[in-house]
Design a protein around this ligand. Sequence first.
Ligand SMILES: [Fe+2]
Length: 339
Amino acid sequence: MKNIFPLIIVAISFLFGACTQQEEKVVNLYTHRHYDVDKMIFEKFQKETGIKVNVVSASADELITKIKQEGELSPADLLITVDAGKIERAKQDGLLQSANSDVLNQQILAPYRDSENYWFGISSRARIIAVSKSYENPESLTYGDLASDAWQGKVLMRSSDNIYNQSLVAAIIGNVGEDSAMKWVAAVHGNLARDPKGNDRDQVRAIAAGEGEITVVNSYYIGKMANSDQENDRNAIEKVNFVFPSDANLNTHVNISAAGLLKHAPNKENAVKLLEFITRADNQELIYTENQEYPVNTLKPAEQFFTPVGEFEIDDLPLSELGAHQNKAVSFFEKAGWM
Ligand SMILES: [Fe+2]
């Protein structure tokens, strides 16, 4: 009789523990994404499943540091980055676990997910060339052209700390090697019309304002500017051509926003449910209509939010390779003095 009491306590706490775990209908998300469409999708998810999405927003590097500091006690279930290289880094650092879900494998094209199921693309975007309409042969433009003497003093670029250009250079390294990539970075830097500043949209605005003639921009920002309530932005789009660059060296660089299930995720099932939900066809459609990002269930969306020039041939370098070349890319920017 003496020994039953502690047993009852153990049984009660076990039941209580099981209950609270079941009742905790949450998923804790650490995300680098900064778009309204995500909020819409999370609210829709809560309505459908009763699971609340708690969001912590910061850059991927900050979130990765936080996850490492929190260790086994981290409350985070999912990490979302805006770049394949960063999520691959999280995998290499041992922060993720594989998520085996037939639904995910069906909903996401193979090039847009990790072959070992450590991370999954949730949207894609092309990094394309924007050029002043005064330039006459936009359809033949390639990434290599940005480095040619013909564009001296005409190239606009954002600062090198931004992941979008780091991954573009990583893709160049992966396709044509380090020497050619370093030359490209130095020559593009030498062609700059002004010191690097602003975001993707600011470069397009600067072309429209005549401060330079050519830049690179993520495709969804063009859609956002075309649909903007700011007349200036809608007018700027009218003065610029958008080119899907492709040649024997490099086809159009496409990157993804990607999500990975964290190794110590306390709400693993809910996290996988959220991933399945985000990549479900209706929500991929929402990401396209609301945020002009491309879905991950098709390589080439037929409809565009802008009228592009050139054939959309996607660079087939495996996305996991971007992470392997990013440090090199950053060192090239530093060497070239591209701040
Ligand atoms: Fe962005």
